[in-house]
Design a protein around this ligand. Structure first.
Ligand SMILES: *[C@@H]1O[C@H](CO)[C@@H](O)[C@H](O)[C@H]1NC(C)=O
Ligand SMILES: *[C@@H]1O[C@H](CO)[C@@H](O)[C@H](O)[C@H]1NC(C)=O
Ligand SMILES: *[C@@H]1O[C@H](CO)[C@@H](O)[C@H](O)[C@H]1NC(C)=O
Ligand SMILES: *[C@@H]1O[C@H](CO)[C@@H](O)[C@H](O)[C@H]1NC(C)=O
Ligand SMILES: *[C@@H]1O[C@H](CO)[C@@H](O)[C@H](O)[C@H]1NC(C)=O
Ligand SMILES: *[C@@H]1O[C@H](CO)[C@@H](O)[C@H](O)[C@H]1NC(C)=O
Ligand SMILES: *[C@@H]1O[C@H](CO)[C@@H](O)[C@H](O)[C@H]1NC(C)=O
Ligand SMILES: *[C@@H]1O[C@H](CO)[C@@H](O)[C@H](O)[C@H]1NC(C)=O
Ligand SMILES: *[C@@H]1O[C@H](CO)[C@@H](O)[C@H](O)[C@H]1NC(C)=O
Length: 684
């Protein structure tokens, strides 16, 4: 007898689509309506929650049938309590879900059925006949059956295999793992039972003491540990665990320069088979694109063992990682050094005022002693413009500007950069001198290291000041910034100098290094040299004069014709002159008488008087030749016999009158050096 018939609003959410009619049936007596049992009975249904926090229940059963039009009724029967049972004693109540087309049904397990023992069965209707499954007595709240482990991941920890999957609930569960070697799929399964650890919605277990270089087949099932009667989940599908990728890929690289960009071709050997049973993929990363400088990260993992990529001129590390289901290999890092520039120029001042474009990236490599320290690279992009504030003043940077053109990075600018220049911080080091002479000194020093230059060194300023002299003037000169030694010349012999050297940048002069230098005194050998030079000069000029005189005589015969016949007799005597003249070496006092005139006396006398006459004749000759300096100045020095004759001849012209004037006088002739004659006369 049907007591009440009410549809539960809650039931609208049920997945049992065909269970349109539910009834609460009160049986006064246990009645079984077994009408026709021509079909084969379905299995008794199993009802459970997926986790202990779930309120939805799922019931599953099976049935062997070839019929397509089968419908099921699910019956949940329990003993009523409260007023009814108090009145009527043992009263059975039933919840029915009718017209179910599948062998599964989910429903909300309200407290009526959840928290008490129930009997569950299912009735199948095939055509006119129907049949019922065996009954199953259960307490629903104690039954939990987790789903099969989902999204299994694996990794090797030495020879232990770590397996993880999505957690079924927020409590740990019990897991059973079965495995066998991949190469021997006919082996029986080996099983391990472990409690899972639960972390961030993941269950994980560690299967210890496997061989990491052997691939395995693995299956997992799990069971709740939160309820009294948990059910094992179904086994997960077979998962193949590849061997560990122990070795990094063996990568070889070839680089080609392409107008601001570099094409890098990487090739590598395939990974060992055991690690590649489920396939290997490779990930190629580089430090440039990971910083989006200037192009962003490239495509996904690749399968082939060759890869081409493009990098800019700045240094880049490319890493190749092999990956399989069980993890990844250590990265093979290929360092592509910066493309060396033939000659780095200094950056244009206007460079920084240019607005940075979207696909442009600027890099500042801090230069320390000529090397770039990779940890001090500042990257400035349109998005990270504020990084410019990390670029320091007085620090030398190697500046790069890259652009991303059609997905390829290209270097468009490379130069040396200072945000702001300063004067050098230190003086040139090891400033020493050597090889002093009397007027020069060698100076040498060590260049100022770039870090201490704080600007572009334009030149060195080398100054010297003489210490001893009272009006010491500082003299400075600029010498090339690229030299480290210099020969300072034009110094005074035997003097002391303070010499200073300082590096100069556009911002000014740095501190100077000082040294004191003493030049050597003037050498005696120099005096000898000058003397000998003087002598040579004297000799040469004398010879020259004589030659000139001879030439002059040949060209311009000097002797006037009328005089010559008077002196013919003396010419013979005068030929003896050189001999006699040499005899007169000492101071000689002679008394001259016209009657006892001797040739030597004549010669001497005429020589004395010659001075006046010579001037006259020379002037004549000079006016004729028009050459004053050579003949005029040197006529006295000529000692050649020709000139003596000439002088003698000339002297004879005035002899008669002069000798008469000297009558009764004592003439004293002092002969010195054969060149200069002093005449002293005394009257007696
Ligand atoms: C279904 O039929 C097959 C053979 O016809 C039998 O082996 C199996 O046990 C049956 N299943 C059930 C639930 O009766
Ligand atoms: C099932 O019932 C229908 C009438 O409802 C009848 O025509 C048919 O013959 C019956 N089939 C069997 C197998 O009894
Ligand atoms: C698990 O894997 C499925 C696909 O297989 C995916 O849709 C889902 O997001 C994964 N879940 C987790 C937690 O990773
Ligand atoms: C799992 O943990 C429970 C209690 O924490 C313990 O009784 C049981 O033995 C553990 N099972 C395994 C396989 O370690
Ligand atoms: C692997 O398992 C063994 C046995 O439990 C343990 O001693 C060892 O520490 C584990 N190794 C790692 C790397 O977890
Ligand atoms: C290099 O690139 C510049 C700028 O894009 C271009 O003007 C020049 O023709 C290129 N040179 C070569 C050899 O491709
Ligand atoms: C490349 O790798 C080496 C070694 O790990 C490192 O010293 C260097 O800084 C890296 N270079 C770049 C550009 O990241
Ligand atoms: C030379 O240098 C010394 C010390 O280096 C200094 O005391 C002296 O005044 C300097 N002399 C001149 C003329 O600059
Ligand atoms: C040295 O160079 C500076 C700057 O270029 C210049 O002002 C100065 O006149 C130069 N001095 C000499 C001696 O050339």
């Amino acid at each position: 007898m049907i007591f009440r018939d009410f549809p539960l609003n809650l039931m609208e959410t049920l997945k049992c689509r065909r269970s349109l009619h539910q009834y609460v049936v009160v049986f006064m007596f246990l009645v079984t309506l077994g009408t026709g049992s021509t079909c084969e009975a379905p299995s008794s249904p199993q009802c459970f929650r997926r986790s202990s926090a779930e309120i939805m229940y799922v019931c599953e059963w099976t049935m062997n049938t070839t019929e397509s039009d089968v419908s099921y009724d699910l019956h949940i029967e329990y003993e009523a309590q409260g007023i009814l049972s108090a009145l009527l004693g043992s009263v059975r109540t039933e919840v029915q879900h009718r017209g179910i087309k599948k062998t599964t049904c989910s429903m909300i397990g309200d407290t009526l059925i959840r928290k008490r023992p129930v009997e569950i069965w299912v009735a199948a209707h095939v055509g006119n006949s129907s049949c019922t499954s065996p009954r199953r007595s259960v307490e629903l709240q104690h039954i939990v059956k987790h789903d099969i482990p989902q999204n299994i991941t694996m990794s090797w920890l030495k020879n232990n295999l770590s397996l993880s999957w999505s957690a079924a609930e927020e409590y740990p569960a019990l897991a059973e793992v079965r495995f066998r070697r991949h190469e021997h799929p006919t082996d029986s399964w080996e099983t391990r039972m472990t409690n899972t650890t639960h972390e961030t919605s993941k269950y994980s277990v560690i299967v210890v003491n496997l061989l990491k270089l052997t691939p395995y087949q693995v299956q997992i099932r799990q069971r709740s540990s939160q309820v009294r009667n948990p059910l094992w989940s179904d086994w997960s599908p077979v998962v193949t665990v590849p061997a560990e990728l122990e070795q990094m890929p063996e990568v070889s690289m070839a680089t080609r320069l392409l107008n601001g960009t570099r094409k890098v071709t990487l090739t590598w050997k395939p990974m060992p088979h055991a690690a590649a049973v489920t396939g290997v993929r490779y990930k190629v990363m580089d430090t440039q694109s990971s910083q989006r400088c200037p192009c962003a990260e490239k495509g996904p993992a690749i399968k082939s063992s060759e890869h081409q990529t493009y990098v800019s001129y700045s240094a880049v590390n490319i890493s190749v990682i092999a990956m399989n289901a069980a993890g990844s290999s250590p990265p093979a890092v290929i360092q592509v050094p910066a493309q060396p520039a033939a000659e780095l120029k200094t950056c244009n001042e206007a460079l920084m005022s240019k607005k940075i474009k979207k696909k442009t990236c600027r890099e500042f490599y801090e230069l320390q002693d000529g090397d770039s320290r990779p940890e001090n690279i500042i990257t400035v992009t349109a998005d990270k413009r504020r990084n410019m504030k990390y670029v320091q003043e007085f620090v030398r940077y190697l500046y790069y500007e890259h652009r991303c053109e059609r997905g390829k990075p290209r270097t468009v600018e490379m130069c040396l950069f200072y945000k702001k220049q300063g004067a050098p911080r230190i003086k040139p080091q090891n400033f020493t001198h050597s090889s002093e002479t009397d007027n020069s000194v060698d100076l040498s020093w060590r260049a100022i290291p770039p870090a201490d230059q704080r600007g572009f060194l334009t030149h060195y300023s080398l100054c010297s000041v003489k210490i001893s002299s009272p009006e010491a003037r500082k003299e400075c000169l600029n010498i090339s910034a690229s030299v480290v030694n210099y020969r300072l010349e034009n110094l005074t012999p035997g003097a002391q100098y303070n010499i200073s050297l300082a590096g100069v940048t556009p911002a000014g002069e740095g501190p100077n290094a000082q040294t004191t230098v003493s030049t050597l005194p003037e050498k005696p050998v120099n005096v000898l040299w000058s003397l000998s030079l003087l002598f040579v000069f004297f000799f040469l000029s004398t010879t020259c004069t004589c030659i000139l005189k001879r030439i002059k005589n040949k060209i311009f015969p000097p002797v006037p014709t009328p005089v010559i016949p008077n002196f013919t007799p003396y010419q013979e005597e005068s030929q003896e002159m050189p001999e006699r003249k040499e005899e007169v070496h000492e101071l000689t006092l002679l008394q001259l008488h016209p009657e006892v005139k001797s040739v030597p006396e004549d010669a001497e006398e005429t020589t004395v008087l010659r001075g006046d006459w010579d001037d006259d004749t020379d002037e004549d000759v000079e006016s004729e030749r028009g050459d004053s300096s050579l003949s005029g100045g040197t006529s006295d020095e000529c000692l050649g016999p020709g000139s003596t004759d000439q002088a003698l001849r000339r002297s004879k012209e005035g002899e008669a009158t002069d000798l008469e004037q000297l009558d009764n006088e004592i003439a004293m002739l002092i002969y010195r050096n054969g060149l200069v004659f002093d005449v002293k006369t005394e009257s007696t």
